[in-house]
Write a protein that binds this ligand. Structure first.
Ligand code: FES
Length: 151
């Protein structure tokens, strides 16, 4: 059955698309060309338009990633809280990967993003769907240990 995302206007269409992308990402691990094609077919949209939306939002991934995607905020508030550079450097050193890379064991992918809407609780980092606030390198180490034990 095909869904008509334009039936209730552009806001409803966008919400439907974002939900579909979220579900597809959960199923495929990332928004692979196959996942994008499937969403486009289900919503009767052009794959190009679906892909453009997927690449616009930081919560969506178009490349294969590790089990845990660490998204460190590099926004202004997090910079001013002396968090962004410090946390990224710390994670690069601890995980021995660069930004955009995944650890050889497939556990962690390191990314940076612009503002996680937690500016009053900076520095902030999102791990998959969970937001962590007021982070320090010590708290990041604890978090990495927790995640290695399975969360
Ligand atoms: S700038 Fe980091 S959460 Fe807004």
């Amino acid at each position: 059955m095909s869904i008509d995302p334009s039936a209730n206007g552009s806001a409803a269409k966008r919400a439907m698309l974002l939900t579909a992308l979220y579900v597809a990402q959960e199923q495929y691990g990332s928004l692979t060309p196959e996942a994008v094609e499937r969403v486009a077919t289900r919503l009767d949209m052009r794959p190009k338009d679906v892909y453009e939306t997927a690449t616009f939002y930081s919560m969506f991934r178009t490349e294969p990633v590790g089990r845990y995607v660490l998204q460190v905020c590099e926004g202004l508030s997090c910079h001013l809280a002396h968090g962004a550079d410090r946390l990224v450097d710390h994670l690069r050193e601890r995980l021995r990967i660069e930004e955009g890379e995944t650890t050889p064991d497939g556990l962690f992918t390191l990314q940076t993003v612009q503002c996680l809407a937690a500016c009053d609780r900076s520095p902030a980092m999102r791990v998959n769907d969970t937001l962590y606030e007021h982070l320090t390198p010590e708290r990041v180490d604890e978090l990495l240990d927790e995640l290695r034990r399975g969360g």
